[in-house]
Design a binder for this molecule. Structure first.
Ligand code: C2E
Ligand code: CA
Ligand code: CA
Length: 638
């Protein structure tokens, strides 16, 4: 027959088996370095030891002295450990919700004071018997202070619930569910045992709940890269999100290895993880393992909490300097190039989208600086928004072509106009091409934009208005990237052929920013298009992008001298010499010359004595919308 004690023992044994198994499994996983993991292990130890203690109280007979000693030790250790369970659970919830780092000083003291007092009450029980004692029949008897322990436990339970409520958004669904499950099952177990003292469900339910927590919260299989052991994008998103929700300040260092492919080439290995292995040993010396994330094969992100005395920026600098030296990649030492970025959260970055944008986009050059900080990265964050604006602009038709008139120097007659694109974004407002064209080029969207401009210009020319007011041509900007694409010439002709216009009314402008080897290819395209009748202008002469060789090797009709050359000529003697000689030289090459950026009468007068053919600038008009431009034509031509 089963005795009551057998049933008790079965309950305790079940609790023991579950918690002990979880404990062993967790320890074997070797992921025990986070504070959260440590607190979880402490809870498992508490429940495991409690199961042992509780069994001791059942197995020992209080009639004999030895039995009473064992029984006493059982109860004593039971209370000693069990009192710590609820505070530990509260602390665990604090860790999981990511609020842990924010609780310091006085707060930490206040949160622990109840725990300390209750433990002291238990510790002093052998002397004062506040919690329990043995009556004259040597029977175990509960005393008043036991209620205090229960109330304290309830308070911590409540704290934990409140904490979870406040950080609801900081915790993902799975974890939330696991913690609510824990609450539910423990609560049921405690209530059952409270209603009927013979149902020893408390420890058992605690062990079971901890197992649930292990499976849903502690398991990190979906957060860790199996090969490298680094936390992945999902983990980064989860952690940063919880820090943001809890308003915790921290710093981020993003390390982007720009020549990661070299490892594969040099080691001849298919194993890209060599990079992660080489770097991980170094990174782990700087921050704990759980603060390192690998978001892309070549991108690593570290989170630094504010306890650091040396400051995150200094750490970033140190990391950057480490990259000056070689890394031991097994068979050989390799120099890795890296861009190190440093940001403060939430001051300089306040959402995970921007963080991933930083991690995923091409790192900007570090213009001589060792590390990139917020001011360098502002543009990265804005760049993400610009990408979105371009995509929106294409789908919602928000691009608009503006026109800026060009003039003949001779008699200051209208010559034509330059078509300049604008993007009127519904969120970011008016965007200028200097900002969005390079992004569009990188996104591969430039074709669509330039084709749109060409079509708009053709449509305008076909309307007859430009001719009516004496315009000879409209200048259309082209991106070199686009010119070098196969069948660019065919595509361009096809577009223009759909309109009833002369090809010579279109003057394409290109700024070449390419390597010398491509002059030939670009020259061939220009030659080809010119054979159909189009005109070509070289844009931005004197900005450093253009050089002599391209003027020689490509058959431009017009060379546009950049505004910086004109403005420079007003400032210094040397500037004046550069302008005068540039104009003379280009003229001697037999090219026509347009000077842009003419803003004042003074500048105009300076140009009058030089062999300049055309002018463009705010002196005449800023770029204006098509409607405004038509009005302008009506007003300014006879
Ligand atoms: P760009 O071809 O050198 O265009 C001249 C730029 O100088 C225009 O800026 C114009 O607004 C500005 N500008 C003209 N006169 C003056 C002046 O007197 N004073 C001052 N301060 N500025 C003046 P915008 O429109 O912002 O265009 C910037 C650049 O974007 C252009 O430089 C061109 O390289 C590119 N771009 C514009 N539209 C297109 C396009 O449809 N396709 C491509 N691929 N690039 C374009
Ligand atoms: Ca231009
Ligand atoms: Ca220009």
């Amino acid at each position: 027959m089963f005795s009551r004690n057998d049933f008790y023992l079965a309950c305790y044994f079940a609790a023991f088996v579950i918690s002990f198994t979880c404990l062993m499994y967790t320890l074997l996983q070797k992921r025990t370095d986070k504070l959260q993991n440590k607190v979880y292990i402490i809870m498992l130890i508490i429940v495991t030891l409690n199961a042992v203690s509780a069994s001791m109280t059942v197995l020992s007979k209080t009639e004999s002295l030895a039995g009473r000693v064992v029984n006493n030790i059982g109860y004593y250790t039971y209370f000693l450990f069990h009192t710590a369970l609820c505070p530990a659970f509260f602390f665990y919830v604090v860790c999981v919700t990511g609020a842990g780092v924010g609780i310091t000083g006085l707060k930490r003291f206040l949160y622990s004071i109840i725990f300390v007092v209750t433990e002291i009450i238990v510790i002093l029980n052998p002397f004062f018997h506040w919690v329990y004692y043995y009556n004259s029949n040597n029977e175990f008897t509960r005393n008043g202070a036991e209620n205090i322990i229960y109330i304290a436990a309830a308070i911590y339970f409540l704290f934990a619930i409140v904490r979870l409520m406040f950080s609801w958004k900081a915790v993902n669904k799975k974890r939330r569910f696991a913690i609510v499950y824990f609450f539910g099952i423990v609560f049921t177990g405690v209530v059952l045992q409270f209603i009927n003292i013979n149902i020893k469900s408390e420890l058992f339910s605690e062990a079971l709940a901890l197992m649930g927590v292990m499976l849903a919260v502690e398991a990190e299989d979906d957060l860790v890269d199996v090969d490298t052991g680094f936390y992945n994008r999902k983990a980064l998103k989860m952690d940063v999100n919880s820090y943001l929700v809890n308003k915790i300040e921290f710093e981020i260092i993003c390390i982007k290895v720009t020549n990661a492919d070299i490892i594969q080439k040099v080691t001849g290995s298919v194993n890209v993880d060599i990079l992660a292995q080489v770097l991980s040993d170094y990174f782990k010396k700087i921050v704990p393992r759980y603060c390192i994330y690998q978001t892309n094969p070549e991108t690593f992100i570290m989170t630094l909490m504010d306890e650091r005395a040396d400051g995150g920026e200094a750490v970033a600098r140190r990391i950057s300097e480490r990259f000056d030296k070689a890394w031991d990649c097994g068979r050989m030492d390799i120099i890795l190039n890296a861009v190190v970025m440093y940001l403060k959260v939430p001051d300089e970055l306040n959402n995970t989208m921007d963080l991933f944008y930083m991690a995923d986009s091409v790192a900007p050059g570090n213009n001589g600086e060792k590390i990139l900080t917020a001011k360098d990265l502002e543009y990265i964050i804005r760049r993400g928004e610009i990408e979105n604006a371009i995509t929106r602009g294409i789908s919602e038709n928000c691009f608009e072509v503006y026109y800026q008139p060009t003039y003949h120097m001779d008699g200051l007659r209208l010559y034509g106009a330059e078509a300049l694109i604008r993007l009127n974004d519904s969120i970011m407002g008016r965007l200028y091409p200097d900002e969005f064209i390079p992004v569009a080029e990188q996104m591969g969207m430039i074709n669509a934009i330039d084709e749109f401009v060409l079509q708009q210009v053709c449509e305008f020319l076909e309307s007859g208005i430009p001719r009516k007011y004496g315009m000879e041509c409209i200048n259309v900007n082209l991106s070199v990237i686009q010119c070098l694409q196969p069948d660019f010439v065919k595509k361009t002709c096809k577009i223009v052929d759909e309109y009833n216009i002369e090809k010579s009314w279109i003057d394409f402008e290109i700024t070449e920013s390419i390597s010398a080897s491509d002059y030939k290819a670009l020259g061939a395209v220009v030659k080809d298009l010119k054979s159909y009748g189009f005109r070509f202008a070289m844009d931005d002469y004197g900005t450093g992008y253009s050089n002599m060789q391209s003027i020689f090797s490509i058959d431009f009709d017009v060379v546009k001298i950049d505004k910086s050359i004109l403005w420079g000529a007003q400032e210094t003697m040397l500037g004046k010499i550069i302008l005068d000689n540039s104009v003379r030289m280009i003229d001697q090459m037999g090219k026509q010359i347009l000077v842009e950026g003419v803003e004042t009468q003074e500048q105009l007068d300076m140009l009058k004595v030089l062999c300049v053919d055309y002018l463009q600038g705010y002196y005449f008009s800023e770029p204006i919308s098509k409607e405004e431009f038509v009005e302008y034509l009506k007003k300014h031509t006879v």
